[in-house]
Design a protein around this ligand. Structure first.
Ligand SMILES: [Mg+2]
Length: 185
C-alpha cells in the first residue's frame, strides 16, 4: 500500500493553466470564451490555431507562473496524503524552458513530490513505468488504458467524452484519489 509509483500530471490536473490562457486570449482578442466552453481537447483548432501555436501560448503562460492558480485548494495537503501510497512524480510534457518557473510554482504551493519528470510533446506517458497515472488528458487516458494501466482522470470539460471502465476512473477532486486508491490495490 505504500510502494506505488504514481505519475501526477501538472497542466489541467494541478495547475489551472487553461484559466490563465483563457484570460490572456480573451483580453487580446476581446472575446468571452469561457472555461466551460472548452469541451474538446483540440478546441483550439476551431479558433484557427495550429497545435504548435496553441501549445506555445500555453507554455508561455508559465512565464507568469505567479498568476497560475492551483486547480483546487488544499492541493498541498492532498498530495502529502497521497504520498502515503508511495512515490509521486510530477510527469509533464512541456517545453524544458518552463522548468524553472514550474518548479517555483510547485514550491510556492508547497507541493511535495519525488521527481520532476519532463517528457517531450508527443511522448506516450503510457509507456513510462508507473503503476498509476493521474491526468486530465483524454488522449493520455485512452492510451494508458490501452496499455492496461490504471488512470485516474481528473474531470475537466474537455475530457467528459471519456467513459469510465476498469482502467479509467474519473474524479471530481484530487482528494477523491485518497478514497479510490485503496480500492485499487
Ligand atoms: Mg494535463
Amino acid at each position: 500500500m505504500n510502494n506505488l509509483k504514481i505519475a501526477l500530471d501538472l497542466d489541467g490536473t494541478l495547475a489551472d493553466i487553461i484559466g490563465l490562457w483563457l484570460s490572456e486570449y480573451n483580453k487580446k482578442n476581446s472575446k468571452r470564451l469561457r472555461y466551460a466552453d472548452i469541451v474538446r481537447w483540440d478546441f483550439w483548432s476551431e479558433l484557427g490555431y495550429t497545435a504548435s501555436r496553441f501549445f506555445k501560448e500555453l507554455s508561455d503562460c508559465w512565464n507568469k507562473w505567479m498568476d497560475v492558480k492551483p486547480m483546487e485548494s488544499n492541493i498541498s495537503y492532498t498530495i502529502n496524503q497521497l504520498k502515503n501510497f508511495g512515490m509521486i512524480d510530477i510527469v509533464t510534457a512541456r517545453d524544458p524552458r518552463n522548468t524553472f518557473n514550474v518548479k517555483n510554482w510547485l514550491m510556492m504551493h508547497n507541493i511535495n513530490y519525488n521527481n520532476y519528470v519532463l517528457v517531450s510533446y508527443g511522448t506516450d506517458k503510457a509507456e513510462l513505468e508507473y503503476d498509476l497515472f493521474i491526468d486530465d488528458s483524454p488522449l493520455n487516458a485512452k492510451k494508458i488504458a490501452r496499455y492496461k494501466k490504471r488512470v485516474i482522470l481528473y474531470d475537466q470539460p474537455w475530457n467528459r467524452n471519456i467513459e469510465e471502465d476498469r482502467y479509467i476512473i474519473r474524479i471530481k477532486s484530487l482528494a477523491d484519489t485518497l478514497d479510490i486508491i485503496p480500492q485499487l490495490i
